[in-house]
Design a protein around this ligand. Structure first.
Ligand SMILES: [Zn+2]
Ligand SMILES: [Zn+2]
Length: 102
């Protein structure tokens, strides 16, 4: 069984895509898209990634907070399957293309 991961972004807006979801995966895809459009605007976007919570249970370590297609466990335990605090990896390689920021 394989899952296709797809961000829920609305690309129809003139100012660039809009994150309709708010999970880690969608926020990462949104930031990646915005970074391509407006590489210098990251300061205004930095907070959008700071506190991502499951919309259902409000737990940041819930697998559903990491990806909207994952089941909500209503648990804030670390190391949960499907959570970025567990085994779910998000491709953030676009962030450090030159590796020498700061
Ligand atoms: Zn999402
Ligand atoms: Zn949840």
């Amino acid at each position: 069984m394989s899952t296709t991961y797809e961000a829920r972004l609305d690309y129809r807006l003139p100012g660039g895509p809009f994150d309709l979801c708010g999970c880690h995966f969608c926020a990462n895809e949104w930031l990646r898209a915005m970074d391509a459009i407006d590489p210098d605007g990251w300061r205004s976007r930095i907070n959008s990634y700071a506190m991502i919570l499951c919309r259902q249970c409000g737990c940041k370590r819930c697998p559903k907070a990491s990806y909207h297609g994952h089941d909500c466990t209503a648990s804030n335990e670390s190391g949960q399957h499907g959570s970025v605090y567990g085994d779910f990896e998000i491709d953030e390689s676009w962030r450090d293309d030159d590796g020498d920021d700061e």
